[in-house]
Design a protein around this ligand. Structure first.
Ligand code: F6P
Length: 617
């Protein structure tokens, strides 16, 4: 089931004209039925209603069975489900040290069977295969989706020979050419063989980039910052990220750094992103201010990580494209790019290439599991199916990532982009509007900090499926004399307690039995029945960080595959970018000519004029 554009067209025409019948469950959750869907209405003059009725997965028997089954699940309580030994024995999966416990999801063994039936109906295994073998599954952009190739084995090390060819190019050869180039370059910088314009060692790195060109590397950096090997390797070096176009971010990134010792890495797939290009020009000016505005300053202090098609733009900017340009490919989406030079350059400059390679190995281990393990034991598949279940059948439209590890503080932000930019969609791959909920709101914070901020809502407000991530061992455990448990045990006690508190809750009878005043019983009752899952790994290292990354990347893809959406484009970011350009034109005009702004509507005109008048003072 290679999903080339051609074949998708065939699938579309094969899918017939069946009319979707909204399920009673969808109505119960106020989901859009086909007839109520505003997108359907909007599209009706472009795509006739009869064509819009192409088969949606929600009209399949497999989907409908799950809808019906959700009604049954509504009548169950996790407090009871958790007492079932057989169920509990089934609801976990393990791979290479990673342990997933999903017994606190609102599912029974039957639910899982039905979800696997849906996976089969959606040809999940074939879709995974199509992705990792380089088929152009990102059909709206006519691109392959090959982030797994970024961490695949070198061809000569493969036990089972496998080639990936995209548009005639050998992907694995190209990936390893660039990895070798990263290794050589970063080692030469770290050894002092490559130096700055004035001959000083390059010890500071500013990584300029935004979105996928920033969030993944920052998440990895935060993990390694306190990891013993990471601490060791980064001694004497500094890494800062410059992302926001807010000038304050420039101040935070550059202040107190010596430009003569600084290497600026401009990370941008397109090399056109407005924020990144302005920050690149700003840092170039900063370098020039200190070392003169010569060409060589840029050639010795600026590096580009970008797609091959941007090479000319990189050259025009003044960066040396022979030695200081690290390419990646159209088949790597920004939010899936941390395993390319996007993460490779900043991370290897700070921590050495070996540590980056360990990260790639961890991701590779999960890739192998994802592509080879049976679906029922496949961690990302299980997590993806549970995501679909919670969102589309139980109607929970948000989800929270709760790492009980301070060093994972940037993981929730990475997942936010990874998942929300991937699955925040409305059109199916068949070109009709989805009529079922897709794309959760993802957010999160490390525990236990989160417990003292938004957990009140998790326990008593809306139901938000929770994902707890913990480790057997700490990067740095502490045990104060006289304390019975180590600090890590203290942390983990919370990691284990919260899922049970969410699942079991506390009944009014239990509250009353504690002698609570009757008036307060409702306020102190926990209804429970709130789903969560727990992921445990041995210790937070570069390797386990790679494992986590790949688990989440694949979880996102699985949900997109089941939902029949393209998780690999991001057209939704374009309109805002275009309007920002219009606003910039208005501001320029008003600042230059003192003229009043006349924007597209009176409200926008008013606030823009208010801004110009009051910020000028
Ligand atoms: O605007 C969204 C986006 O295109 C993301 O998808 C991407 O990760 C980010 O901007 C940065 O893009 P680039 O790497 O091309 O600068």
């Amino acid at each position: 089931a290679a999903m080339s554009r051609q074949q998708l067209k065939i699938r579309n025409s094969e899918s017939g004209n069946s009319i979707h019948i909204p399920s009673p469950h969808q109505d119960a959750h106020q989901h859009h039925s086909h007839h109520q869907n505003p997108m359907s209405k909007l599209l009706s003059h472009i795509i006739p209603p009869q064509d819009q009725s192409k088969k949606l997965i929600s009209s399949s028997t497999e989907w409908k069975k799950l809808v019906k089954h959700a009604e049954y699940i509504e009548g169950t309580h996790l407090r009871d489900l958790l007492q079932d030994q057989e169920r509990s024995d089934e609801m976990f999966a393990q791979h290479d040290g990673v342990y997933l416990d999903y017994s606190r999801q609102r599912v029974t063994l039957e639910t899982m069977d039905l979800l696997f039936d849906l996976a089969e109906k959606q040809k999940l295994e074939e879709k995974i295969d199509a992705m990792v073998s380089g088929k152009k599954i990102n059909w709206t952009e006519d691109r392959a989706v090959l982030h797994t190739a970024l961490r695949a084995e070198r061809k000569k090390e493969q036990t089972v020979k496998k080639e990936i060819i995209v548009d005639g190019d050998d992907v694995l050869d190209e990936v390893w050419d660039v990895l070798d180039q990263i290794k050589y370059f970063t080692e030469a910088v770290r050894s002092g063989e490559i130096r700055g314009f004035t001959g000083k060692r390059l010890r500071n790195i500013i990584s300029v980039g935004i979105g996928g060109s920033y969030l993944g590397p920052e998440f990895l950096h935060e993990c390694l910052k306190t990891e013993p090997e990471g601490i060791n390797k980064s001694l004497g070096y500094t890494l800062r990220f410059l992302s926001n176009v807010d000038p304050v971010d420039v101040e935070r990134a550059c202040a107190d750094l010596d430009p003569e010792e600084t290497l600026v890495v401009v990370v941008s797939k397109t090399f056109t992103t407005a924020e990144t290009m302005l920050n690149a020009r700003t840092t170039r000016q900063w370098l020039w201010d200190f070392m003169g505005d010569g060409k060589e300053v840029v050639r010795k202090h600026m590096v580009a990580v970008s797609s091959i098609s941007s090479k000319e733009r990189v050259e025009d900017f003044g960066i040396d494209t022979e030695k200081y340009f690290f390419r990646f490919w159209d088949w790597v989406g920004g939010r899936y790019s941390v395993c390319s030079a996007v993460g490779g350059i900043p991370i290897s400059l700070l921590y050495g290439f070996d540590l980056f390679e360990k990260f790639l190995l961890g991701a590779r281990s999960i890739d192998k599991h994802f592509t080879e393990a049976p679906l029922r034991q496949n961690i990302p598949v299980l997590m993806g199916l549970l995501g679909v279940w919670n969102m589309s059948f139980l109607g929970y439209n948000s989800r929270t990532t709760l790492p009980y590890a301070e060093a994972l503080l940037k993981l929730p932000a990475h997942i936010q982009q990874l998942d929300m930019e991937s699955n925040g969609k409305k059109a199916t791959i068949h070109g009709v509007p989805v009529d079922y909920p897709v794309g959760e709101v993802d957010f999160g914070e490390p525990g236990t900090n989160g417990q003292h901020s938004f957990f009140q809502l998790l326990h008593m407000g809306q139901t938000v499926p929770c994902e707890f991530i913990g480790f057997l061992k700490s990067q740095h455990d502490l045990c104060i004399d006289g304390e019975p448990l180590s600090s890590h045990d203290e942390l983990m006690a919370n990691f284990f307690a919260q899922p049970d508190a969410l699942a079991n809750g506390k009944t009014p009878e239990e509250v009353l039995a504690e002698g609570v005043d009757e008036d307060l019983v409702l306020h102190r009752t926990f209804e429970g029945n709130r789903p969560s899952l727990s992921l445990l790994a041995p210790k937070l290292t570069a390797y386990s960080c790679g494992q986590l990354l790949a688990i989440y990347e694949h979880r996102t893809a699985v949900q997109g595959f089941i939902w029949d959406i393209n998780s690999f484009d991001q057209w939704g970011v374009e309109l805002g970018k275009k309007l920002a350009c219009d606003v910039k034109d208005h501001l320029l005009d008003a600042r230059k000519n003192g003229s009043k702004i006349k924007a597209g509507n009176p409200a926008t005109s008013r606030i823009l004029n208010y801004y110009v008048e009051n910020s000028n003072q």
